[in-house]
Design a protein around this ligand. Structure first.
Ligand code: UDX
Ligand code: UDX
Length: 460
């Protein structure tokens, strides 16, 4: 089966970059990315590439090359579903906020809505691919919705579907690199022909040995577990950061020494303010929910602890900041450096900065926030606070640090490595503190400039 027309529902952090890379390596395939949000689509179509809705290194070059050639962005969902041989579902899958499983289970309403649209408008044989991270057995829900059309007399009998799971493992900030050279591509399914059609697309740029095929449920569960294991490493190293601060051991050396053991590996051992992003918390909550559902209560509490430690790390930072600043931050000015959940992305979903900023405001501080890629509007939405009285957005790190009592580094943007600390020191209110939760600043230069510094895993 040769695929000529792909449709992707959801032009977000996953749908956008992953379809751009397919378009780049498959010039013979027309890739149509659709979204219900017209604002997002118009940003994807903006002539000025700096206005794309997603900041991701290398993405703008692909958009420049492929847009309006074999990569198209529109809100024309019905027509693009009708035309497509293969449809990717890349809509968001938030945690349920109300009803059964609220706060833990995944809200599948968008996946369900997309499946209904597909069942209604698809023609001929269509391969439906789950790209979003989903609870195990969601493919069954999609199948059930698609199959329901068979009983509808008004629908042509010739309409058929194959459902595949193809979870996306990209990390934001390195999405293009991860998509172009992934550790593996995972394809789950039952229909061999449909699976081969997807394998063939990836084989345009990925070594066949890296493409793994399996059944639907193993594929769905593997994505959830990969995220859970990654998050677990961060919580593990964050507990050790506190132990290092208490004992005088050096967190970077401990992480290096431990990670040099090949069985452990060197990645994902950077301690920081806890993991953020759209996936880890949501996926572990879901794992906890599923474990409880199957009566595996000890398994559930084991994974719950990974989340608890993540929150604990943030709580202890907030307490520490207040303590170092003579027990009160009321009416003090604090600079916040970095607001995104990690460097090289404008995404703030579940960013540790949101919780930490809200708590500092609650304690009475006035915040001067700077992030190289997150705009004022986004920060405003996240903090949902009266802007002028509690915080302001600044244009540079220097503007943010000017006339403040402390600077808190929350994201590891590389520009923070090269700050002029003499200049900063001359602008801050003394005695001033620098809190580095990401081990990003040049500690020697900060100390030489006469400022106090606390770093995660080192203390002061
Ligand atoms: C991610 C991943 O797909 C998922 O695996 C992960 O678990 C969390 O969300 P992401 O691309 O990061 O998705 O989400 P987002 O940037 O919110 O994009 C989703 C897009 O789907 C939005 O632009 C939204 O407007 C669109 N959408 C949502 C639709 O087009 N139709 C819908 O019914 C719902
Ligand atoms: C993650 C997975 O890595 C990816 O495979 C999956 O597809 C989606 O979820 P993402 O959330 O984009 O990707 O970013 P990731 O690089 O995993 O970082 C998540 C959070 O962990 C960030 O807040 C980051 O700062 C933090 N982190 C990461 C650490 O605190 N320490 C580390 O060593 C690594």
């Amino acid at each position: 089966m040769r695929i000529k027309n792909i449709c992707c529902i959801g032009a977000g952090y996953v749908g956008g970059p992953s379809m751009a890379v397919i378009a780049k390596f498959c010039p013979d395939i027309q890739v149509n990315v659709v979204d219900t949000n017209p604002k997002r689509i118009s940003q994807w179509n903006d002539k000025l590439l700096s206005n794309l809705p997603i900041y991701e290194p290398g993405l703008d070059e692909i958009i420049k090359k492929c847009r309006n050639k074999n990569l198209h962005f529109s809100t024309d969902i019905e027509y693009q579903i009708e035309k497509a041989d293969m449809i990717f579902i890349s809509v968001n899958t938030p945690t349920k906020t109300t009803g059964i499983g609220a706060g833990k289970a995944i809200d599948l309403r968008y996946v369900e809505a997309s499946s209904r649209e597909i069942s209604k408008y698809a023609t001929g044989h269509t391969i439906v691919v789950e790209k979003s991270t989903l609870p195990v057995k969601t493919a069954q829900t999609i199948k059930d919705i698609l199959d329901a059309t068979k009983n509808d007399a008004s629908i042509l009998k010739s309409k058929t579907f194959s459902v595949l799971s193809n979870p996306e493992f990209l990390a934001e900030g390195t999405a293009i690199k991860d998509l172009e050279d992934p550790d593996r591509v995972l394809i789950g399914g039952e229909d061999k022909e449909a699976m081969n059609a997807l394998v063939k697309i990836y084989s345009n740029w990925i070594d066949k040995n890296k493409v793994m095929t399996t059944d639907l449920w193993s594929s769905e569960l593997s994505k959830l577990i990969a995220n859970a294991f990654l998050a677990q490493r961060i919580s593990s190293i964050n507990t050790i950061s506190a132990l290092c601060e208490a004992t005088g051991a050096q967190i970077k050396d401990v992480a290096l020494a431990v990670g040099m053991d090949k069985r452990i590996g060197k990645y994902f051992l950077n301690s920081g303010p806890g993991f953020g992003g759209s996936c880890f918390k949501k996926d572990i909550l879901n794992l906890v929910y599923i474990s409880n559902h199957y009566g595996l209560f000890d398994v559930a509490s084991y994974w719950q602890k990974v989340l608890d430690i993540n929150k604990w790390q943030q709580e202890r930072f907030i307490e520490l900041i207040v303590k170092k600043m003579f027990g009160t931050i009321s009416s003090k000015k604090i600079a916040i450096l970095g607001f995104s959940f990690k460097a090289n992305t404008n995404d703030t979903r579940e960013s540790p900065a949101i919780y930490i900023c809200k708590k500092l405001i609650e304690e009475g501080a006035f915040l001067k926030i700077y992030d190289p890629k997150v705009n004022n509007e986004q920060i405003s939405n996240d903090l949902s606070e009266n802007k002028t009285t509690k915080w302001i957005c600044c244009q540079t790190a220097y503007d943010a640090l000017e006339d403040t009592d402390a600077g808190v580094f929350l994201t590891e943007w590389s520009e923070f490595e090269f700050l002029d600390w003499e200049r900063i020191s001359s602008m801050m209110i003394k005695p001033a503190w620098i809190f580095d939760t990401r081990l990003i600043v040049n500690i020697r230069k900060v100390k030489e400039s006469g400022l106090n510094i606390w770093q995660v895993g080192y203390g002061n």
